[in-house]
Design a binder for this molecule. Structure first.
Ligand SMILES: Nc1ncnc2c1ncn2[C@@H]1O[C@H](COP(=O)(O)OP(=O)(O)OP(=O)(O)O)[C@@H](O)[C@H]1O
Length: 316
């Protein structure tokens, strides 16, 4: 495997996994380099969690390869697991132990000795606003505190590769901000991060590169600006309620949708030309807003899958 091309942090190639007649991974390939946060996005069932489970050794793929910092994770799962910090999608905390004990356990598993482990627990607890609950049992934590404890367990060992599967699911805005800051800090220190989320604005905050998963494989990979560059943006027009409705040329009408009683949304790759055409119809808008393509457009264009296609891919 070309570890140099990826910086050697996380490299997965051609992963395949079927569950009976259901295809979870269908040639899933992803490289993440040092200091890179990769936002892994895609529809429910696209294979994101299965990918994380394969890298962490929980699920054995039918085919493919995974390297974590140059270690073959399929041949040496325990060695690879020791290099990873993982926050699984499902909360998995020991109910009877305290937050401090839980974090110490994970620091120990990551190879930190007593003193270093204690310092790392204190630091990550402060970062993730867990200082007040360190001596509470996990069973009595709130949902947000559990989510933060799970993320803290992934980060306490200062691992070079982090896999965070929807770490902010159900988090309040303060919790979310703390988590995102902690993730950014790990990447700034050189960690490679895979960050799965359905909340796309987080990926802008994280300045993440993107991997768009669909039907068990990564169908687009790169910087946000690069992936959104060729997508259409949108012109939003508000019409005078008392004025006439514009009669648009066929080609423009095909790209136009109503938006509320007096609004139009026009998908556009050339806002000045389309605006000129619109105004040429005699239409006099009361407001015009031009929106550049964003992550929602990227998701709609690449990641979303129809139920019919999803069923077909599962039946294949
Ligand atoms: N243990 C399993 N047994 C059977 N099917 C499974 C199992 N795990 C996953 N699948 C199936 O594999 C496919 C991929 O699931 P996966 O959980 O990886 O998707 P995901 O992208 O993480 O979805 P979500 O966004 O909902 O978390 C789905 O069709 C799912 O039903």
């Amino acid at each position: 495997m070309d570890a140099e091309g990826s910086g050697g942090m996380l490299a997965a190639r051609g992963l395949r996994k079927r569950y009976g007649g259901r295809t979870a991974l269908d040639g899933f390939t992803l490289d993440v380099g040092p200091g890179e946060i990769t936002g892994l996005i895609g529809h429910n069932g696209a294979g994101k969690t299965t990918f994380v489970e394969v890298v962490t050794g929980l699920v054995r793929p039918d085919a493919g390869r995974v390297e974590v910092c140059g270690t073959d994770a399929l041949a040496h799962p325990r060695a690879a697991r020791a290099l990873l910090g993982v926050a699984p999608q499902e909360l998995a905390l020991y109910p009877t132990v305290t937050v401090r004990e839980h974090l110490r356990l994970f620091a120990g598993l990551a190879g930190l000795r007593r003193g270093a482990a204690g310092r790392s627990v204190a630091a990550v607890a402060e970062e993730l606003m867990l200082g007040d609950v360190l001596d509470r049992r996990c069973a009595v934590l709130s949902g947000g505190q559990r989510r933060r404890t799970q993320a803290a367990a992934a980060m306490v060992g200062a691992s070079r590769v982090l896999l965070l599967d929807e770490p902010t699911a159900g988090a309040d805005p303060e919790t979310r901000a703390a988590l995102l800051a902690a993730v950014r800090a790990r990447a700034a220190a050189g960690a490679a991060v895979v960050y799965t989320t359905h909340y796309l604005p987080e990926l802008v905050d994280l300045d993440a590169t993107l991997a768009v998963a669909r039907d068990g494989r990564v169908v687009a990979r790169g910087a946000r600006a690069e992936l959104t560059r060729d997508l259409p943006g949108e012109i939003r027009v508000t019409l005078d309620p008392a004025g006439p409705r514009p009669v648009l040329p066929e080609e423009l009408r095909a790209r136009t949708r109503p938006c509320g009683p007096d609004g139009l949304r026009i998908a556009t790759r050339n806002p000045p030309a389309d605006l000129a055409t619109l105004l040429g119809t005699g239409c006099a808008p009361t407001a015009v807003d031009v929106r550049r393509p964003d992550l929602d457009d990227l998701y709609a264009a690449l990641a979303a899958t129809t139920p019919a296609r999803r069923e077909a891919s599962h039946a294949a």
